[in-house]
Design a protein around this ligand. Sequence first.
Ligand code: TUI
Length: 314
Amino acid sequence: MIESRICGMLGIKYPIFQGGMAWASNYKLASAVSNAGGLGIIGAGQMPPEMLIQEIKKAKENTDKPFGVNLILYLSYIDELVDAVIKEGVSAVTTGAGNAGPYVKKFHDAGIKVIPVIPSTALAKRMEKAGADAVIAEGTESGGHIGELTTMVIVPQVADAVNIPVIAAGGIADYRGFAAALCLGASGIQMGTRFLATKECHVHQNWKDMVLKASDRDTVVTGRPTGHPVRVLKNKLSRIFLELEEKCSPVLEYEKLGTGKLKAASVDGDVEMGSLMSGQIAGLIKEEKTVQEVIDEIVSQTEEFIKSFNKFVK
Ligand code: TUI
């Protein structure tokens, strides 16, 4: 049985988080992950607060297990989303793209655990000091908005820097990644791209098919000049972004070009001009599975692998 201190803290069976993905992880995916023993996470993205409330309500109708919400902190109306989460109540909030410090007390007062995604040890320490319950150390292999360090490098350093549990994210999609994360000092893992290619994920089949047919070098990072670098599967849109970057175009042009593109990928299945946020591990994912299959398989294979690990010591 794979278990760690994050399981007790959150009341979950397995230390497996589903990455909160804007336009990709709604109540259906989140409740399926929670029902399978992990922590499902609704990606609030740029939802209006009323929609987030409905999503939380629907998740509660579909699971009696703990689940969370991911909030992207750089949004202008983030305070309204924070209030919506507090009003409805969830077990945990994960945060991305900013400093969760100012919100920790508010969430704790509502009995909600706070688990920021962090791209460095400095931010991990700051979050621990601010009262965070755990941190998600996310490597640059991840899809979407990313930091600079690889998972291999960030996880052990964050594990040494803080006393709260560390969840490893970025580049994990099977038992080898799970076991490696535990070796690096993590108390659990978060997977995004693996859960994107599941039956319960509502993104358009075209996006899932792009993940399934991707190979190791099929992602690229765009948007570095904006200060919000984003990893996506290569397509026409990513090529246009890179051309703009080469020409040192004004940041406003990227923002204009980027507007609505995640929705285009998720809802319309536009694989040419949609933003196909996905991690480098897409190349390892060859089959669309159910959430239950993904979780059962990774848990049982990781257990087997760890039990046989002493084969490396002679
Ligand atoms: O947040 C993510 N990944 C995301 S958010 C997203 S939505 C989006 N849409 C369009 C353009 C850009 C984003 C898609 N993917 N991951 C967590 C994450 N957080 N990665 C890096 C960070 C981060 C970066 C800086 C966290 C904190 C931070 O702190 C800066 C500060 O304020 O100190």
